[in-house]
Write a protein that binds this ligand. Sequence first.
Ligand code: CA
Length: 234
Amino acid sequence: MSKEKILIIEDEKDIVKMLDYNLKKEGFKTLSAHNGEDGLDMARKENPDLILLDLMLPEMDGLDVCKAIKNEAKTSHIPIIILTAKAQEADKIVGLELGADDYMTKPFSPRELIARIKAVLRRMKEKDKLPEVLRIGDLTIDFSKIMVSIKAKPIELTAKEFELLKTLIKAKGRVLSRDYLLDTIWGFDQALEIQTRTVDVHIQTLRKKIKSEAKRIVTVKNYGYRFQLEPDED
Ligand code: CA
């Protein structure tokens, strides 16, 4: 399992530094943006596991960033914890209404924030939990036994192929970038050209192996892949 990635969108450099230090100490990966626009951009490109979002931001207000993240298919699943000053109590409510998952009022203790982050991530995992056995068309996946079959005939998948299939299915139809897959399954931080091709090669063999259901793995040009759960989605 790779480390969970937290995106910090906050213009106060001291707070970013403090958060960055404490999150890394807890084993998280961090990214930071110092204004709303860059933050939104990073949320789209980096697919973080959670976002810490300050509300008073230059370029683009925190509430607008929250709204944009929650409205876009690519980012709407990412949980957000809002960081507010005491004077912005009303905005905090708006933020929660816009889909933010929790909030912290400044000043806060890093320890409490980390406890909140872990709670939100845990809730997300519960929500994303897959059943032990999943049937999609001809495909049966037994997640507890790590077994896959097509029309009740078992097929041999390598560990990476199984992980890849599981990750795609878990995304519930969302598009996953090659970089995200590389990071999640192979644990590569930076995608070099040759590594990016690793994903494509594995997708090809996976498609061959799942035969009649191969078309469910849809290529999204120049970006990545998604798994089509509904049979007649297109
Ligand atoms: Ca601020």
